[in-house]
Design a protein. Structure first.
Length: 41
């Protein structure tokens, strides 16, 4: 098995996800229905 290093795009996406999750002002949803309601769909 070969150990693959993530590319720069993947690294940036992971970092962005971590920033979003640690930001208390980012809305968080417990279900897809809550998300749909927030998006009015």
């Amino acid at each position: 098995m070969k150990n693959h290093e993530p590319n720069q795009t993947t690294i940036e996406a992971i970092e962005e996800g971590r920033r979003i999750m640690s930001d208390p002002n980012t809305p968080k949803y417990s279900s897809i229905d809550e998300l749909k309601a927030a998006l009015d769909i």
